[in-house]
Design a protein around this ligand. Structure first.
Ligand SMILES: [Zn+2]
Length: 285
């Protein structure tokens, strides 16, 4: 219940034009090796490099001994290798992940984005402890990616939280596993402010027509599906109510036109009948 009311709240906020804050959170992966191991390797590398360089340039410790002359060079070489290992285990190859209004994105070179409406399924692999997100990217091509919990605990937490708020039916995680997923902290990640969604060039989710004029578009605040304003359904495919996005004044005009044009309209029939009834009443009294 709490989730539902939250969704409504954001929807209400989004009605106010201009006051909409489109945001996402950016998560940089954490190294999977423990920090102390990385520190130990780093210290060893520094020692080796330092000893090697000192021996090489200043001490000339082994300069007299033919067999040991190369020792400082070996120290430097070993130090360089250990430094490389330190960097390798100290950083993770997992790309930064973004979660927010526009969907789920991975920063692998370029930003690749999966809008919420394109998410087909979110599952959790208990074996590899990774969230598996399947769907389509912005260009419409199939895309499945994994977000492992270890380097990305906060990203996983936020993907699950937002997905449960926005596209709950796409989340296919057993309750037992849901408990294992880390909690989404309010201050996790780095918040990124975004421009409003570019609707021009997008296709209406109902008619497939390309939007060419921005004011003609309506966007579902939950999944960012784009609709042409005349084709906005009462309910989005993500289950969000879009009644507030339907053009009310236009509907009114249509009704008036219909009543004017066709006299045999049901509504107008009713109206005339009630009018005549009223007239009868006044006449009789
Ligand atoms: Zn929607």
């Amino acid at each position: 219940m709490a989730k539902k009311s939250k969704g409504k709240q954001t929807a209400k906020k989004d009605i106010r034009r201009g006051g909409v804050r489109r945001q996402e959170r950016r998560f940089v992966s954490q190294a999977s090796t423990s920090a102390n191991v990385v520190r130990a390797f780093g210290a060893l590398a520094a020692l080796l490099l330092g000893a090697g360089l000192w021996g090489y340039f200043y001490a000339k410790s082994f300069a007299d001994d033919e067999a040991l002359r190369a020792v400082p060079s070996y120290l430097i070489a070993a130090g360089a290798v250990v430094m490389g290992v330190t960097i390798w285990i100290g950083t993770s190859s997992e790309p930064p992940i973004r979660v927010g209004a526009p969907g789920i994105s991975a920063e692998k070179g370029e930003l690749r984005r999966m809008p919420w409406w394109a998410v087909e399924k979110i599952t959790f692999e208990s074996g590899t402890l990774a969230l598996v997100v399947a769907g389509k990217d912005e260009s419409g091509s199939d895309w499945t990616f994994k977000v492992p919990v270890k380097p990305h605990p906060e990203a996983v937490a936020w993907i699950v939280k937002e997905a449960l708020d926005r596209v709950p039916r796409r989340v296919d995680i057993e309750d037992g596993l849901l408990d294992a997923i880390p909690e989404a902290h309010a201050h996790a990640g780095q918040r990124v402010d975004l421009e409003p969604l570019q609707v021009v060039g997008k296709r209406c989710a109902v008619t497939g027509k390309t939007i060419s004029y921005e004011p003609d578009a309506r966007v579902c605040p939950r999944c960012e599906r784009v609709y042409e304003k005349k084709s906005v359904p009462k309910k989005c495919k993500c289950d969000n109510s879009l009644v507030h996005l339907r053009p009310k004044p236009l509907e009114g005009i249509d009704e008036v036109e219909e009543v004017d044009a066709g006299g045999d309209d049901e509504a107008s029939d009713e109206r005339t009948s009630t009018k005549t009834l009223a007239a009868d009443e006044t006449a009789s009294s």
